[in-house]
Design a binder for this molecule. Structure first.
Ligand code: ZN
Ligand code: MN
Length: 458
């Protein structure tokens, strides 16, 4: 559904072009945290059990960067067609919040690991036209602690769990290139698939592995300069809510602009129960954070040959895989999309095709069986699927005389259908075919049975 297009016609006085950008935080599933040896798992764990002086921000504790996390961040950047900075560094982003024990977050400012990449999406729903979404930067940082607002013994309190503090986080920032919410959702689906293919994140939205922050403004039709304001919606945890928040903002801002007002530059939140965005605070600029180089971590160099090695390890990505499934296996784009949604499924399919060759089973037959029979590929082997296809194609044998007598009975029981057929209604043959098959109680070759019926009708 393209609500953007609907909006254009629904907003009263003038038309606006939405200018949408996106910031996504993806949590990596490394064993340990970004700058210390604590376990990086926190979901469902007892609060404050995975902590140490580093991730609690105690005085004198020194951070040591997680090599694996940096490698994975670079692989994400490469998968998003980014250039990689051979010379990179960490910076301190200073701000106060109770979930940030140090008073700053270790992040990256001017030299992120990746920059200037892109993802391609379809311009409109059902369109074949492609829109290139430019990626400004892919950088590495650490997650904060988790605040929970609760009522304890009748008192409203805020509880803090530092298990999440210091978990490796990759931030992916686009240019404001999205023209509608349909492009945003496609981008998010592709990004989610890519990090899962790489095996670097579960990207499970419900667990907070992937957090989404769209920024939206409206440009008056005919204007070329970017709008003088930008509204950011923070920490959304579902694609559906991102879509809703964008549509809501487009409508809210259009109403203000219609009245010749400029929407405030601010950060808003998505309120699920109100189905609306709500104002949280005025938006900060980069200079508010007083970024400066992290003095406790030496700059990181990644050589050209290391980058080449990472690239070779990236492997076939979802879009390439889907294209290959269509081209090499002759699948429809619909089937190919389903079968490449998860890497495990795609690998299973490749293996099944290989196995199927020995049994005259085509990729299309395998695809149909997996999709239509909803095969759980995590519990069966590819060979089992081939067996299902082969069994399904096997026809029962029947003595021609026996078949002929069944046909005679069916024709005598369905005189009306026989008359209709003789009067020229040739489709009736399919009805008779069904009746004979049912009476025979066997899986016969449809073409043979049809021929036998035609013979009997003459
Ligand atoms: Zn720690
Ligand atoms: Mn961030």
């Amino acid at each position: 559904m393209n609500l953007g297009a609907q909006l254009k016609t629904s907003t009263a006085s003038s038309a606006y072009q939405p200018i949408i950008g996106l910031e996504v935080h993806v949590e990596l599933k490394t064993n340990s945290k970004m700058f210390c040896g604590c376990a990086a798992t926190y979901f469902g764990e007892k609060p404050n059990t995975h902590t140490c002086p580093v991730c609690l921000g105690l005085p004198g504790a020194l951070p040591v960067p997680n090599k694996k996390a940096i490698e994975w961040c670079i692989k994400i950047a490469l998968s998003l067609n980014c250039k990689i900075n051979e010379f990179s560094k960490f910076d301190r982003k200073n701000y106060f919040y109770p979930d940030l024990a140090k008073g700053y977050q270790i992040s990256q400012y001017d030299l992120p690991f990746g920059h200037e990449g892109f993802i391609e999406v379809l311009k409109e729903n059902g369109s074949k036209k492609v829109k290139k979404i430019r990626i400004r930067r892919v950088h590495m940082e650490e997650d904060t602690g988790k605040l929970t607002h609760a009522n304890v013994s009748g008192e409203n309190v805020s509880l803090i769990d530092f298990n999440r503090s210091g978990v490796p986080l990759v931030e992916i920032v686009t240019e404001p290139d999205f023209e509608n919410e349909f492009q945003v959702v496609q981008y998010l689906q592709k990004l989610q698939k890519i990090v899962r293919y790489l095996g670097v994140s579960n990207a499970d939205m419900e667990k907070g592995d992937m957090r989404l922050e769209p920024n939206i403004s409206l440009q008056k039709e005919g204007e070329t300069e970017l709008p003088p304001y930008k509204v950011e919606v923070k920490n959304i945890n579902s694609f559906r809510f991102v879509e809703k928040a964008i549509v809501y903002e487009m409508e809210r801002q259009a109403k203000l602009l219609d009245k010749n007002e400029t929407p405030a530059q601010e950060t808003r939140g998505w309120n699920e129960t109100k189905n609306a965005t709500v104002s949280q605070r005025s938006k900060e600029e980069a200079h508010d954070y007083r970024y400066f180089p992290e003095p406790d971590i030496p700059p990181i160099t990644t050589t050209v040959s290391e980058i080449a090695a990472f690239l070779s390890q990236v492997g076939e990505l979802p879009d390439e895989k889907q294209a290959r499934f269509e081209k090499t296996y002759g699948l429809s784009s619909y089937d190919a999309e389903i079968l490449t949604r998860e890497k495990e499924m795609a690998d299973f399919f490749d293996k099944a095709v290989e196995d199927g060759k020995k049994h005259d089973v085509t990729p299309k037959e395998i695809a149909n069986t997996i999709i239509n029979k909803k095969i759980d590929t995590s519990t069966v082997k590819p060979a089992a699927v081939i067996k299902i296809v082969v069994e399904g194609k096997k026809k029962d044998e029947m003595d021609p005389a026996e078949l002929a007598s069944i046909i005679t009975i069916v024709l005598s029981e369905n005189t009306k259908a026989v008359e209709d057929y003789k009067a020229g209604k040739e489709n009736v043959i399919m009805f008779l075919l069904g009746m004979v098959m049912r009476k025979a109680g066997k899986k016969l070759d449809a073409q043979e049975v049809k021929n036998a019926i035609l013979k009997a009708l003459k």
